[in-house]
Write a protein that binds this ligand. Structure first.
Ligand code: NOJ
Length: 723
């Protein structure tokens, strides 16, 4: 085995990278840029191991298809991963370990809520702890690198991939981005219980036209910088090890060929030192997009743009050498790309512990601490949308419940559509959750979710808990819907049971936030549960029975109908809504307002905010002021409220959103208790990307306020003085 500085863990990483790079042949360097599948491993074992020995691949993706989340992926085999790794480190010339990547998006064997649900917790600390448990589990089975967090800002819930996204707001998404990066990677790289993270899909993929997956995106420069890029910037600042280039065309340039976004902005302007991986075949897709005629041209575009590692297609392996020889590509770019990938491997500690102890999984997977965290995050991720006459929590006097609908006993569905390693038999169903939490009560159900017997069963109970929602097969990648509605039959089921005159509690387990006219009309309460993972039934039972309280807030606006899309809270102010203030109508046949707004969610108690005040009415652009108020739990039960801080810049060099979230705090309070909440305001809260094409604070007046959702009044004025 070759020894040298690169093997010395006490040396700075930059020195180790430079030393190793200086020993590599061009073929070995190009090899580091490739990621392969190694499908049918047993059949092709000797060919794969020969390739590993020759240093042909830097990484292996632990999935067989591009849609492994829904389509299923082979279970991880630590012995097999160790066998390959041993060949890489002991039999290849330089002993460079292979980086194993897998889509460990929000759970491993303990499955947590999907990101669209956990964003509703408005609790980044808890999300960070949850994802560090996920990292511990996945790394115990040999995974080094996860393709998460997904940070695509979304405004169209028809798009099936909203379930992976933290929602419509750049600030909330940025907070979740930092939590995810720290959770997966640990506060410091290199622990063998952590994973390298990958922020994706860089950038703008969430704007797929018509909500059709992979479709064209058309974000303007202004929206791109103010809305789409901030979560990626936050992830870069938090030290995310990698990013993934998206599939989408963005205003004429497919992002996988965008030098302006990757080489210039991410690597240049932000000076971020991680590496960029393509999405599955996204370099191949440059041919389909019509910006490259063949694989050589596609390679040139993608590599020039700054993609360091290619997922799957093999274009880099076959073309980069020739492109350097012809002078179309400088050899320094190859060195830069390889250095970034090696840096990630050093950061992950792979040179120190390339293999995984096969006994670790047994003591790590579904560790009771992980399960407890999953119950807590699932509880905090639910959003109570409606609660007529305090129907929830269920009154202690009620003894007999009918638990009905397609989700009453469902298991796999709670795992969501990007889950490779969760096991349906380890999921607690809603019915089981209720029976375990309240053995003294009676929970009856019907044999079939849509049978007319449901009505009969409901009549035997005092209260109906109707569990509806989309299955995991109706959303996720390449699964979009044209109409924003519950799946066929569910509206009728809600209406039929609603007609019985019993208290009807609708629990919606859809991965996205769908309007339900029948639930609006008939339900006493609507609890949006989302996809909560393995502990779904336990968490839902806790909230229904009042053993815990709901506190989630919507990370995405719920429109009244498909026709309102796009509808998001941080829309620009529109001239005519001001000048035609009394006559502006928007739609002839529908209100302009959403069904439920961003940031909204009920609890089991009531809160007030009093004495909102600023520490000063003016500040300089580099100064700071404090906004404070007193939060009081005025109800009779304990609860948590998310205090949200919104600002508006009414006159600026470009049009600006009517309001923007710039801070939040989730506060738990006992009945009658109060707490002073404070928010620091600095340039970071006030600056934006304006007419001069860079981020700055423009002097002038800002309106500010705190509240419990995105309709919070903005009663305060802060004047930023010109410097
Ligand atoms: C395609 C998806 O777009 C991406 O999110 C995922 O990480 C890769 N496939 C790998 O499975």
């Amino acid at each position: 085995m070759i020894t040298g500085v690169f093997r010395d863990a006490s040396r700075p990483l930059a020195e180790r990278v430079a030393d190793l790079l200086s020993r590599m042949t061009r073929e070995e360097k190009i090899g580091q840029l490739g990621q392969v599948r190694m499908s049918d491993y047993e059949k092709n074992r000797s060919a794969y191991l020969d390739g590993v020995r020759a240093g042909k691949w830097g990484s292996r993706i632990l999935a067989e298809t591009a849609w492994a989340g829904d389509g299923g992926a082979s279970a991880l085999k630590v012995e097999q991963l160790n066998e390959i790794q041993r060949v890489a480190v002991e039999e290849s010339r330089l002993g460079i370990p292979i980086l194993y990547g897998r889509d460990v998006i929000y759970g491993h064997r303990t499955v947590f809520p999907i990101p669209h649900s956990y964003a509703a917790s408005f609790n980044p600390d808890l999300v960070q702890r949850a994802l560090s448990a996920v990292a511990a589990e996945a790394s115990s089975e040999g995974v080094h690198w996860t393709f998460s967090p997904m940070l695509d800002l979304v405004r169209d819930p028809r798009w099936g991939r909203v379930i992976e996204s933290p929602g419509e707001d750049p600030y909330l998404s940025s907070r979740m981005a930092v939590a995810a990066v720290r959770g997966f990677q640990g506060e410091q790289f290199g622990g063998d219980k952590s994973l390298l993270a990958c922020a994706k899909h860089f950038a703008g993929y969430g704007g797929a036209e018509g909500g059709r997956d992979y479709d064209t995106t058309e974000w303007t420069d202004n929206t791109l910088h103010n809305m789409i890029l901030p979560p990626f910037r936050a992830a870069a600042k938090a030290g995310v090890a990698s990013m993934m280039a998206g599939f989408n065309d963005l205003g004429g340039t497919p992002v996988s060929s965008s030098r302006a976004l990757m080489r210039d902005w991410l690597k240049g302007e932000l000076d971020w030192n991680g590496f960029i991986v393509s999405d599955w075949g996204s370099i191949f897709d440059l041919i389909g997009h019509g910006v490259a005629g063949d694989e050589r041209a596609a390679t040139l575009r993608a590599f020039t743009a700054g993609i360091d590692m290619e997922m799957i297609a093999g274009f880099y392996e076959r073309n980069i050498g020739a492109l350097i020889d012809s002078g179309e590509m400088p050899a320094t770019w190859l060195d830069d790309a390889v250095s970034r990938i090696l840096l990630a491997k050093f950061r992950a500690g792979l040179f120190e512990h390339p293999c995984t102890d096969p006994s670790r999984a047994a003591t790590t997977l579904r560790h009771p601490d992980h399960v407890a965290l999953a119950v807590e995050l699932a509880t905090q991720s639910m959003v109570l949308l409606k609660n007529k006459n305090n129907s929830l929590p269920l009154a202690p006097t009620l003894k007999k419940f009918a638990v009905l609908g397609p989700y009453a006993e469902a298991r796999r569905e709670h795992l969501g559509s990007w889950c490779l390693d969760g096991r349906p038999n380890e999921v607690t169903s809603i019915l089981d959750g209720l029976r375990t939490a309240a053995p003294e009560k009676e929970f009856i159900t019907a044999n079939a979710a849509f049978s007319d017997a449901c009505v009969d069963v409901a009549r035997q109970a005092e209260c109906v808990i109707l569990c509806v929602g989309e299955s995991h097969l109706r959303n996720g990648e390449n699964k979009s819907i044209a109409e924003l509605a519950l799946p066929p039959g569910q509206e009728q089921l809600i209406a039929a049971l609603g007609g019985l005159g019993l208290s009807l509690i609708v629990v919606d387990c859809s991965g996205r936030y769908l309007p339900s006219p029948a639930a609006e009309a008939h339900a006493s309460a609507i609890l949006h549960a989302g996809c909560l993972g393995t502990e779904a039934g336990t968490a839902i039972a806790r909230v229904l029975l009042g053993h815990a309280y709901p506190s989630g807030k919507l990370p995405m606006t719920i429109p009244r109908s498909t026709g309102q899309i796009p509808l998001y809270y941080n829309r620009k102010t529109v001239g005519k809504t001001v000048t035609f203030v009394d006559r502006y109508r928007g739609y002839e046949e529908q209100l302009l307002t959403p069904l439920y707004r961003f940031g909204y969610g009920l609890g089991y108690t009531t809160f007030t905010l009093a004495n909102q005040q600023l520490s000063a009415a003016t500040m300089s652009a580099d100064g700071a002021v404090t906004l404070r108020a007193t939060l009081t739990n005025t109800g009779a039960r304990a609860g948590a409220e998310v205090v949200q801080f919104y600002i508006c810049d009414p006159v600026a060099s470009t049009s600006r959103p009517g309001r923007e979230l710039k801070g939040f705090q989730r506060v738990e309070l006992a009945p009658g208790a109060s707490r002073v909440v404070t928010f620091k305001i600095t340039a970071a809260e006030l600056e934006f990307y304006g007419a001069r094409f860079h981020w700055e604070v423009e002097p002038g007046e800002f309106r500010l306020g705190l509240g419990f959702d995105s309709a919070a009044p903005l009663p305060l004025t802060l004047t930023v003085m010109a410097s």
